[in-house]
Design a protein around this ligand. Sequence first.
Ligand SMILES: Nc1ncnc2c1ncn2[C@@H]1O[C@H](COP(=O)(O)OP(=O)(O)O)[C@@H](O)[C@H]1O
Ligand SMILES: [Mg+2]
Length: 171
Amino acid sequence: MEALKEIDANETYENDLPTDVALDCKAERIYYGDFLAVRDTHVPIKRNQITGFIGPSGCGKSTVLKSINRMNDLIRGFRFVGDIRFHGVNIYAANIDPVSVRRNIGMVFQQPNPFSMSIFDNVAFGLRLNRYKGNMQEKVEKALRSAALWKEVKDKLKNNGLSLSGGQQQR
Ligand SMILES: Nc1ncnc2c1ncn2[C@@H]1O[C@H](COP(=O)(O)OP(=O)(O)O)[C@@H](O)[C@H]1O
Ligand SMILES: [Mg+2]
């Protein structure tokens, strides 16, 4: 429940959800401008399980996924009609900061987008942005170990992030 506190400590939680649902995604309609991309979709995502979206290209998988961490907010004409609850909290409520949603709900893109800077600086980017004052070296190593990438890159942290293979970039 730590994650919730970060999203909004003041929000009252709805306790009518089955407790095994971490994220309850009801997308009634999702629009890009006038184009109706997704309708009548309800996906309860259970905690501690892997859930997959399977469907033909263009059916709206990425649109739903991106709606779950409010990535689509940045797209002009995008409109979400529905209700997405993360541990009971409505992530589209007016008082919710989309940045805190993205801190709690991460996303790995089909197409990785490292910045054109060193591997180290790519990993340290978010820490610097948040003016992290601790041991940067340690944090970067920990992150790379968690992504099962440390052994492969520890001797070339100064190389450009774009020099990594596709799979390594994703990790
Ligand atoms: N940024 C966008 N602007 C307009 N239409 C979009 C945009 N992104 C996706 N679409 C359209 O929405 C539909 C669903 O796309 P998408 O969610 O990417 O499908 P999938 O991930 O299942 O292949 C498609 O018809 C696609 O062309
Ligand atoms: Mg897709």
